[in-house]
Design a protein around this ligand. Structure first.
Ligand code: SF4
Length: 93
């Protein structure tokens, strides 16, 4: 099937631009630490609004230099720890 413009002329079909690349997680960049979770890490902190949200201070510095206010920068306490894991948190910051 041909693609035609408003005047009936054949037009070239161009692929749409590819979507933005998803920000790599810390675990993808630095590997994982078996048996440990982000909730146990000193770099994990939480803040409360209408619920508690958790962030990784290292990930924010590396991948979200203009702030990490979106859902894309949230982490889960149960995620397997990354290679930058440091002992020292109960997940509440
Ligand atoms: S283990 Fe620590 S440094 Fe690694 S992603 Fe989780 S909170 Fe961040």
């Amino acid at each position: 099937m041909k693609n035609l413009d408003f005047f009936g002329n054949e037009v070239e079909v161009v692929d749409p631009p590819k979507g933005r690349k998803k920000t790599p997680k810390m675990q993808e960049m630095f590997g994982t630490v078996p048996g440990r979770t982000c909730g146990e890490c000193a770099h994990c902190y939480g803040f409360e609004a209408n619920r508690v949200w958790y962030k990784c201070e290292l990930w924010l510095k590396l991948c979200f230099p203009h702030g990490g206010h979106s859902k894309a920068s949230d982490i889960r306490l149960k995620w397997q720890a990354c290679g930058k894991f440091e002992e020292g948190s109960d997940g509440d910051g």
